[in-house]
Write a protein that binds this ligand. Structure first.
Ligand SMILES: *Cc1c(COP(=O)(O)O)cnc(C)c1O
Length: 391
């Protein structure tokens, strides 16, 4: 694609045009899909294009990475992986035996399980702390030995808010890096690197792609330092790069991310308000609510909305929560989040023993459907009836 420098348009303009590049040969406004696994050597034995083989790098992947790096304001750029888990575990794989990690008690369950099972095998110690309590983080840090602080904000599935700037200061004072799983915030609402974080991670399967048809993950970096180079090396050596077809679909989705994130967050905020007043709901967990314990910090570090995820606690308990999830017609009873279709999940059934998730909690991922349909469908299910207008 053309290397013409882009004027400093705003993020929404750049995203809408996938950086606005024009393919120089055909003058196409959509970047071509590069499927070739191998590239011709030059007569002088070099690779002047910068491409030699598709495992370390791919031009379509690079195009999608450039949009994400722009959105995250990431000076080091972005690296796409075959899943969010591949991206997250690459960060931990870049640590050395003897290193210490601090991670949150409230975090994406599959990654927490991976940390518990895999880090000890690598002689890496991990402590889990309540990251909404900065004193707990400070107490867990082992200066010189703690090499990574991992946070997730808002944290799945309680939507606990962590103060990114404060966590970055504490991590840096101890000589550690701060990595942020920002999947539930998206770069539209929070840009952790601008708040002092070193690495931001997303499951791009979620709102970045947003159409429930691609599994992908991404890291974006504040500085192209040795640690970042190590991540580049680990992705190439481990063969964890995203495929070009998936990168193409992801780039197509990123063009509408600012609109989708704004609309889904606005609907989530409205549903949070309505369910707060619902007789069958004992609590609504959503950082956009003024009463939420994380609201003040969220209001400082999030803009344009508080995200598309919320959870409700069903007053009548676990069995009623599961029955409610079985009764909805418009909401889809499925795992995952961030898609254009709204999803509902009884999260404790997924996480099992040892999870901080209350048994009466239903996790809601708010999509793009009509807000009144979303409310009415879940309202009816909560009241024990069949949804009106159900097909
Ligand atoms: C889904 C998710 C992940 C894992 O991503 P995959 O793309 O499923 O591998 C990590 N963190 C959060 C917050 C997620 O929601």
């Amino acid at each position: 694609m053309s290397d013409t420098p882009l004027p400093p348009f705003r993020a929404r303009s750049l995203a809408a045009q996938a950086m606005g590049r024009i393919e120089p040969v055909t003058r196409a406004v959509v970047a071509p899909l590069h499927v070739s696994t191998t590239f011709l050597r030059d007569p002088d034995n070099g690779y002047s294009s910068g491409f030699s083989y598709a495992r370390p790098d791919n031009a379509t992947v690079r195009e999608a990475e450039s949009v994400i790096a722009m959105l995250e304001e990431a000076p080091a750029g972005a690296l796409l992986f075959g899943s969010g888990m591949a991206a997250a575990t690459a960060v931990f794989s870049a640590l050395e035996p003897g290193d210490h990690v601090v991670a949150p008690t409230v975090m994406y369950w599959a990654l927490k399980r991976w940390l518990r099972e895999e880090l000890p095998r690598r002689q890496i110690a991990v402590d889990f702390v309540a990251m909404d309590d900065l004193d707990a983080l400070r107490a867990a840090l082992r200066p010189g030995t703690t090499k990574l602080v991992w946070i997730e904000t808002p944290g799945n599935p309680l939507w606990t808010v962590t103060d990114i700037a404060a966590a970055a200061r504490l991590a840096h004072t101890a000589g550690a890096r701060l990595a942020v799983d920002s999947t539930a915030a998206s770069p539209i609402h929070t840009r952790p690197l601008t708040l002092g974080a070193d690495i931001v991670m997303h499951s791009a399967t979620k709102i970045l792609n947003g159409h429930s048809d691609v599994v992908a993950g991404v890291l974006a970096g504040a500085e192209a330092d040795d640690f970042w180079s190590r991540l580049v090396t680990l992705r190439a050596g481990g063969g964890a790069i995203l495929g070009p077809f998936e990168a193409y679909l992801l780039m197509r989705s990123l063009r509408t991310l600012p609109l989708r994130a704004a609309a889904q967050s606005a609907s989530a905020a409205e549903l949070a308000r309505r369910f707060q007043a619902h007789p069958a709901v004992s609590a609504v967990l959503y950082p956009g609510l003024p009463e939420d314990p994380g609201h003040a910090i969220a209001a400082r570090q999030m803009e344009g909305g508080f995200g598309f995820m919320l959870s409700i606690r069903v007053a009548a308990g676990e069995a009623a929560a599961i029955a409610t999830a079985a009764r909805v017609r418009l909401w889809k009873r499925a795992t995952s989040l961030g898609g254009v279709e709204s999803l509902i999940e009884h999260r404790a059934s997924v996480e099992g023993p040892g999870s901080p998730c209350p048994p009466d909690l239903l996790r809601l991922s708010v999509g793009l459907e009509d807000i009144d349909d979303l409310f009415d469908d879940l309202d009816t299910a909560l009241r024990g009836g069949d949804s009106p207008g159900a097909a």
